[in-house]
Design a protein around this ligand. Structure first.
Ligand SMILES: Nc1ncnc2c1ncn2[C@@H]1O[C@H](COP(=O)(O)OP(=O)(O)OP(=O)(O)O)[C@@H](O)[C@H]1O
Ligand SMILES: [Mg+2]
Length: 583
């Protein structure tokens, strides 16, 4: 329980940190809105004075005097208005500045937990929504609302009945706002969700562009997109219809009310209870009193969007707050120990790997084999911390992976995923993992170790060649070898290669074997998944993973037999290993 309380506290701190220093600005804006609203009485006072004094006395000098004064007050009001919106825009900017790196940090991590890319990218858009809202009319209406009583009191001082009428109008319009809120709240949520679904389809279509073109089913992909788009549109239309309708009703009501105030004023004047100037003054004041409510209803869509975005961002930040900063540990140099790990699929919770245990010492290389879908990739993802383990532990020199921060652990890990993708940057930046101080000798050393140095030099701009989105500017084999160089950069202790030779030629195979040998020679650990035997030349120990279990573990010769004679057609794959050491 205490740990939970502490976590809550951390979360609260994280959110407070974001809005730190903004409370005083908000108070300042509130006060400023008060001044603006008082100044907004200028028009009403001007009417009163013109009708009741200037016209009454027929004095041009009085007229000019009041006019100059009114112009001065209007200018002040305009000035404050301008300042207020500038401050709001800057608050939006400041919030964006603080929020967007944090939101992006979470967003890039979300696909790991089974979220779609579209859903993840939405977090970045949430920051935009919030900033856009703060720079728009919505918050101005919200700041003006609490000052409405100024106008009510003003109308009341002119005549209690005028005050009562304006108050009644305010109450009706407020009820309309509440009704709008109640009717659109659910819709806004589902329309947002439908938008994400549509974007997810767009994203998947774009990723599969080649396949869609080559096999000519782009039109069907477009149809799928259109269907999702019409769902999204339908929900949007319904929600906009509601806000639009209520917006129109509120505008009409406001106009009726304004005329009603005029009519009531005229009635009271006829009865001799009011001056002619007061009629117009009351009309202007009542209009101004109701304007913020009107504006709030008109902007309700944006209010909803901003509120949703803020809620999601707060949740996002809470997940960041949960990751506390662990104490720095010495670099691992001895062992990788896997203690009875069970791994579940991020989305569905289906168990993908159960009760796997093994130990690998520095200077050893482990080969992981087994049939497709057996759980090899899942195993190495657990070894790198990409997928969290449900039970059990992965330890480097006795310390669980979770005891390291990502930044601290990263340099000790080299990981070549099964599907190699590159960042849209130069080869140099990719290999060095975006190192802040570029150590070109380390980049070249890694490229040489991966046997890719000469190949990179032959590219148009050598190491400065940009690889394009995902590495699309490279061939499959090039991508794999540069990915290998990235994994070897900085001589990490644990190097994990997921089918590193699936796209390699014989030269690449030789480089891979040399790389594994040098990892062993410098006292590192290599874990290599392979379907083709050529990747296992430098391997001493083999693990067989099948149906999510470790069904074999032992010296290579015992598990897969002695080295095959090379000149005969080499066995294509280890689909069916002969299990010398069943678990
Ligand atoms: N993110 C995921 N969500 C749900 N199931 C998953 C996920 N990743 C993998 N699986 C499932 O886990 C099982 C093991 O997959 P894994 O990728 O580990 O196999 P593999 O042994 O690497 O196969 P291959 O040799 O084809 O690469 C498969 O049945 C797969 O459907
Ligand atoms: Mg795999």
């Amino acid at each position: 329980m205490r740990a939970k309380d502490q976590l809550e506290q951390v979360k609260r701190k994280q959110v407070e940190g974001l809005t730190a220093g903004m409370k005083s600005i908000v108070l300042y804006l509130f006060a400023m809105s008060g001044i603006i609203n008082v100044l907004a009485l200028t028009g009403s006072f001007y009417m009163l004075q013109i009708y009741d004094r200037a016209l009454g006395s027929g004095s041009i000098a009085t007229l000019i005097g009041f006019s100059v004064l009114a112009i001065g007050l209007y200018l002040f009001q305009g000035l404050f208005d301008m300042l207020r919106s500038q401050i709001l825009v800057r608050i939006g900017g400041r919030l964006d500045h603080r929020l967007s790196p944090l939101a992006h940090r979470v967003a890039v991590d979300m696909p790991r937990f089974g979220y779609s890319t579209a859903e993840a990218l939405e977090r970045g858009r949430d920051v935009d929504t919030l900033r856009g809202f703060l720079g728009g009319q919505g918050p101005i209406a919200l700041f003006d609302l609490p000052w409405m009583p100024i106008f009510l009191i003003f109308a009341y001082t002119l005549h209690p009945l005028l005050g009562a009428l304006t108050l009644a109008g305010a109450v009706v319009l407020t009820l309309l706002t509440i009704l709008t809120e109640l009717m659109t709240r659910k819709l806004a949520g589902s329309s947002h969700q439908a938008g994400i679904q549509r974007n997810a389809i767009a994203d998947s279509n774009a990723r599969n562009a080649d396949v869609l073109k080559a096999m000519g089913f782009a039109h069907r992909a477009v149809e799928r997109y259109s269907e999702a788009n019409s769902d999204h549109l339908a929900l949007q239309t319904r929600s906009t219809d509601i806000t639009g309708t209520f917006g129109a009703i509120s505008r009409v009501l406001r106009m009726i009310l304004q005329s009603a105030v005029l009519g009531l004023g005229a009635f009271l004047t006829i009865k001799g209870e009011l001056s002619a100037g007061a009629i117009i003054a009351a009309s202007v004041a009542s209009a101004r009193a109701l304007a913020p409510i009107d504006m709030a209803i008109g902007n309700w869509k944006h209010v909803l969007a901003a509120r949703g975005a803020y809620g999601r961002l707060k949740d996002t930040l809470a997940t960041l707050a949960a990751a506390e900063d662990p104490m720095p540990l010495p670099a691992p140099v001895q062992t990788l120990r896997v203690e009875g790990i069970t791994v579940a699929a991020p989305g569905s919770g289906r168990v993908l790997l159960s009760e796997v245990s093994m130990e690998i010492k520095a200077g050893e290389a482990l080969g992981v084999i087994g049939p497709s879908g057996g759980g090899k990739t899942t195993l190495v993802k657990a070894l790198t911390g990409v997928i969290p383990v449900l039970r059990g532990a992965v330890r480097l020199d006795g310390a669980e992976l979770t005891q390291w921060s990502d930044e601290a652990l990263g340099p000790h890990i080299g990981y070549l995923p099964q599907e190699v993708s590159m960042m849209d940057a130069s080869i140099e930046e990719n290999i060095s993992r975006f190192a802040s101080s570029m150590d070109s000798s380390a980049v070249v050393a890694a490229a040489r170790a991966a046997g890719v140095h000469d190949m990179i030099l032959r590219l148009p701009e050598g190491y400065r060649t940009r690889v394009g989105s995902g590495g699309a500017g490279l061939s499959g084999g090039q991508r794999q070898r540069i990915g290998l160089a990235r994994a070897l950069y900085g001589d990490p202790f644990l190097v994990i290669l997921d089918e590193p030779n699936s796209n390699l030629d014989s030269e690449g195979d030789a480089a891979l074997t040399a790389a594994i040998q040098s990892i062993k020679a410098r006292g590192g650990i290599a874990v290599v998944i392979a379907h083709r035997p050529s990747a296992l030349a430098a391997i001493d120990t083999i693990a067989v993973v099948q149906n999510g279990r470790l069904v074999g573990f032992g010296p290579k010769d015992e598990i897969i037999g002695p080295k095959p004679v090379p000149e005969k057609a080499a066995p294509a794959a280890f689909g069916e290993p002969k299990l010398a050491v069943p678990a």
